[in-house]
Design a protein around this ligand. Structure first.
Ligand code: PLP
Length: 454
């Protein structure tokens, strides 16, 4: 018998924490029921306060690509902690991490991350990136896309995905109207709309910020060539392109979504006289933001990009950014070790697990007669209910029969599988999702699909 229950913990938490949670989606508002209070995690499993173990398809919302508590990551963290938890000073390991990122994020010999600044959360990374773009260009206006989530800074909450989508909030109270007015929200995958905004206000626009492959309204991959076209449009108007890889970076591949999109275009296709067959990227972002995997489960994130832009950050330039815990040595140890372990075999395992699980879910839903579509972006995937047409933007995503997800989610949870508690979130596998874990997921699916059909 465990000493407590999830229900008792939830009641206790709500007395001293707003809504009982420290991040809204954890509250199970859109699926109903009592959140599981987790006490441990290992490999593909998490265990709650009642001692119940679940196969985990949340993976801490992305970071845990190696599975939870990978022994080598834990050892690196323990070693770093023994040397001191926080110095508030420069460390050699920060430079190691910057070098690893610069080296890994490459396509065709092009390395878009010439310089990197470490921060503690994805929110800080995107917040700093837009301040930097504004400082660099001397312009104030931003373009973001409906349904994209870039964290919770004031400028980026308009029509954001993730928790705002889950709670059906168009924006957040508390954001000054004057700030919100500087963010223009455009429908996703709609280049004509982007061009029109630039035609009208091109010389005011500091940057376009875009999720590399959107994963916060479920997965809605970019149309072929969309990101490259954004780069062209931005650059034609003296604006910057900020590609947000907080979620996709180092998860969908060694060089993130940008690496996946840009691997495989032979130079010969672009320049007929090119002598050999290396590849050139279709576009190069000015700034890229990272989070999640880069910290290996610890609070660490980063922004990186063109050296001339990055050098506008203090102390070299006039754009201010700082952080007591930026580059924290324990977090850097976790991130570095995770990236060093994330080799081709790890990405093959992630891809294979994603293929097997997404196909099994689709098969079970079809068997139960639930119309659905499967969206994939590398090893990230999600499902929309009620139509077989893949959504291309936030309006399409919102038109789905989202009410089918709650019963599906709870049937899976009752069978020992923990899914993201919202239809607007991606599902996350890890390289530790072995046959035993995947078999448990597959065994749970028929009843869950019937519940969704209900
Ligand atoms: N950008 C994207 C694409 C994200 O998915 C997230 C978080 O889910 C963020 C930014 C914000 O990161 P954090 O939650 O670490 O502040």
């Amino acid at each position: 018998m465990s000493a407590t229950t999830n229900a008792a913990e939830f009641e206790r938490a709500q007395r001293s924490i707003p809504g009982g949670v420290n991040s809204p989606v954890r509250a199970f508002r859109s699926v109903g029921g009592v959140p599981r209070f987790l006490v441990s995690a290992r490999g593909p499993y998490v265990t709650d306060s009642e001692g119940v173990e679940y196969v985990d398809l949340v993976s801490s919302w992305g970071p845990a690509i190696l599975g939870h508590a990978h022994p080598q990551v834990v050892e690196a963290v323990q070693k770093a902690a023994a040397h001191g938890l926080s110095f508030g000073a420069t460390t050699p390991a920060e430079t190691d991490l910057a070098e690893v990122v610069r080296e890994r994020v490459q396509a065709g010999g092009v390395h878009p991350v010439e310089k990197l600044r470490l921060v503690s959360t994805g929110t800080e990374a995107t917040m700093t990136a837009i301040r930097l773009a504004r400082g660099f260009t001397g312009r104030d206006v931003l373009i973001k896309f409906a349904g994209h989530y870039h964290g919770h800074s004031d400028s980026l909450l308009a029509e954001a995905g993730s928790g705002l989508a889950t709670l059906a909030l168009p924006a957040s109270a508390g954001v000054p109207a004057a700030t919100a007015a500087l963010t223009i929200v455009v429908p996703y995958n709609d280049l004509a709309a982007v061009r029109e905004v630039f035609r009208l206000r091109g010389d005011e626009i500091a940057a376009i910020i875009v999720e590399a492959a959107p994963a916060n309204m479920g997965i809605v991959p970019p149309a072929e060539g969309f990101n490259a076209a954004l780069a062209d449009i931005a650059h034609a108007h003296g604006s910057l392109l900020i590609v947000d890889e907080v979620l996709t970076g180092f998860r969908v591949g060694a060089a993130g979504w940008w690496g996946l999109e840009n691997a495989g275009r032979p130079v010969a296709e672009v320049h007929q006289d090119a002598p050999d067959a290396h590849h050139v990227p279709a576009y190069v972002p000015d700034l890229i933001t990272f989070g999640k995997v880069i910290g290996g489960g610890m609070p660490l994130a980063a922004l990186g990009g063109r050296a001339d832009v990055m050098d506008h950050l203090a102390p070299l330039g006039p754009v201010y950014q700082a952080g007591t815990l930026s580059g924290n040595p324990v977090a850097v140890a976790a991130g570095l070790t995770t990236l060093r372990l994330a080799d081709a075999g790890v990405y093959d395992a992630l891809d294979a697990a994603a293929r097997t699980v997404s196909a099994a879910v689709s098969e079970a839903l079809a068997e139960a007669g639930v119309a659905h579509s499967v969206q994939r972006a590398g090893n990230l995937f999600s499902f929309t209910f009620g139509s077989e047409t893949a959504p291309r933007d936030y309006v399409d995503v919102q038109a789905q029969q989202g009410y089918r997800y709650g019963p599906f989610f709870h049937a899976m949870l009752d069978a020992g599988v923990s899914l993201p508690p919202s239809v607007y979130e991606a599902w996350f596998v890890s390289a530790a999702h072995d046959e035993a874990a995947i078999d448990r997921i597959i065994a749970a699916l028929p009843a869950a699909a019937r519940a969704a059909a209900g």
